[in-house]
Every structure is written in structure tokens, then in C-alpha cells.
Design a protein around this ligand. Structure first.
Ligand SMILES: CC(C)(COP(=O)(O)OP(=O)(O)OC[C@H]1O[C@@H](n2cnc3c(N)ncnc32)[C@H](O)[C@@H]1OP(=O)(O)O)[C@@H](O)C(=O)NCCC(=O)NCCS
Length: 214
């Protein structure tokens, strides 16, 4: 499904997360064709417009996903996609992902803003207790943006991906809802979680000042 539109503004710069429009998929296909964009994702080949439109149809009906197009201030069209996937009714977990396809928007705080809004939505709207993610160890900026909202590195896959001629590793990341830890850890919260729980709490406490539903 496509998730509700949200706007997040921090330091005068806003990013809108809103349902992707089918007629944006041609632009998304063009942006996502670049290996510069796909390098650290699970995708390899250039998507086709038809393939992206089929993905849009499927995503719009998939009940266990919450997907947004990413529209930074100054754009009318989505420049990327972010989402929560594998939303699980029993485990109260989900996974997360992001691709900003338009490289002119990299390193401007778009991912940080999108992660903060998405995490706020995951906790407050979808009642998620945990979120899982994965980041190639070479993708330092992606890692940084997730750590900022309270994800933590909880593991590592050895040499499970190949790009640019070499095998490389992948970080396994977890986000744990700081307001649900007593349910998740009835015998006491492991102390290695505390720094990320503090960050997650900070993020959730700050979010209401920056994020609003449209
Ligand atoms: C990885 C990606 C999500 C990062 O998005 P972004 O909007 O550029 O990230 P942000 O601007 O929020 O930056 C996150 C952190 O990385 C730093 N950073 C980002 N780009 C940087 C650069 N070129 N040089 C130095 N630092 C950089 C930022 O300064 C920030 O750290 P800070 O909070 O300490 O300042 C984006 O580049 C992307 O979508 N890449 C292609 C697909 C992909 O790799 N997706 C993630 C798969 S896990």
C-alpha cells in the first residue's frame, strides 16, 4: 500500500513523503537505471518503465508494505522511494529501505529527514516494535543516516554481495522502539542496546516538532 502523505521540515528544509503516482514511474525508471544509484542496493539491472509500472500496481495492493515517493522542497515529482516492508502482524516488526534516485539531492539531509518521518510513522501509526534493515558496509552515508534515528548495527553478513569487481560485506541493522523495550525484553534490556535506544527516543521525541500529516 502507499502510506499517508507526511511532511517533515528541519532547519527550513522540507521533504514530503507521499503516495507515488503511476505517471512518475517513468522518471523513477530513468533515475534508477544508473549503477551509481543501484550500487549498494539489491537491484542490478536498469528497470524498464513497464517493469516499474508493474511494481507500482503490485505495491499499491500489497497490504504488508507502506511506500512513499520522496519529494524534497522545490520538486514536483518524486526523486526517490522509501518504504516499510514485511509489516508483520504477529512479530510487530518490519523492514525498511530507501533509494534516492536523483543524485543532485544526495548529501542534503533528505535521507535523514525521510528516515525520521518514516520511523515516527512506523512507531506511531503502524505500532512497530522493531524495524530491520541492511546496509552494504561500503555505504557509509546510508549507515550514518540510519544510526542518527536510532538504528544500531547488530550483525554483519560476510562477503554476501559483489560489486565493482569485489565481494563485500553487509551490516545488519535493528531499530528497537524505546517505548516497547519492557515488552520486548521482560528480563531486562541488554546494555549494548542503550545508546541506540537513547537515540531512538530522541528521534521520536523530536519528530512531532518536525513532522506532520498532510
Ligand atoms: C545512501 C543515501 C540514502 C543517503 O542519502 P542522503 O540524503 O544523501 O543522506 P543524508 O544527506 O541524510 O546524509 C546522511 C549522513 O551522511 C553524510 N553524507 C552524505 N553524503 C555525504 C558526502 N557526499 N560526503 C560526506 N558526508 C556525506 C551526511 O553529512 C550525513 O551525516 P551527518 O548527519 O553526520 O551530517 C542516498 O545516497 C541514496 O539513496 N543512495 C542510492 C541508494 C542507496 O544506497 N540506498 C541505501 C541502501 S541501504
Amino acid at each position: 500500500m502507499f502510506a499517508n502523505p507526511i511532511r517533515i521540515e528541519i532547519d527550513g528544509f522540507g521533504v514530503t513523503l507521499r503516495p507515488l503516482r503511476k505517471n512518475e514511474m517513468e522518471h523513477i525508471a530513468e533515475l534508477f537505471a544508473s549503477m551509481e544509484v543501484l550500487r549498494y542496493t539489491n537491484m542490478v539491472y536498469a528497470p524498464t518503465v513497464q517493469g516499474e509500472e508493474e511494481w507500482w500496481e503490485k505495491a499499491s495492493k500489497e497490504p504488508n508494505t507502506a511506500i512513499w515517493g520522496i519529494v524534497p522542497d522545490g520538486e514536483d515529482t518524486a526523486v526517490g522511494v522509501t518504504g516499510l516492508h514485511q509489516i508483520n502482524a504477529i512479530n510487530l516488526s518490519c523492514t525498511s529501505g530507501i533509494i534516492i534516485g536523483d543524485r543532485k539531492w544526495w548529501h542534503k539531509g533528505v535521507a535523514y529527514r525521510a528516515h525520521l518521518a518514516r520511523t515516527w510513522y512506523a512507531a506511531n501509526t503502524l505500532n512497530r516494535y522493531t524495524i530491520q534493515s541492511q546496509v552494504r558496509t561500503k555505504n557509509a552515508y546510508s549507515l550514518k543516516a540510519l544510526l542518527k534515528v536510532g538504528y544500531r548495527v547488530s550483525g554483519r553478513f560476510d562477503c554476501n554481495c559483489f560489486h565493482d569487481g569485489v565481494f563485500c560485506d553487509t551490516w545488519v541493522l535493528s531499530w528497537v522502539n524505546p517505548y516497547k523495550v519492557n515488552v520486548l525484553y521482560p528480563n531486562g534490556v541488554p546494555k549494548e542496546l542503550q545508546p541506540s535506544l537513547d537515540k531512538a527516543k530522541q528521534a521520536l521525541n523530536f519528530a512531532p516538532q518536525a513532522v506532520k500529516f498532510l
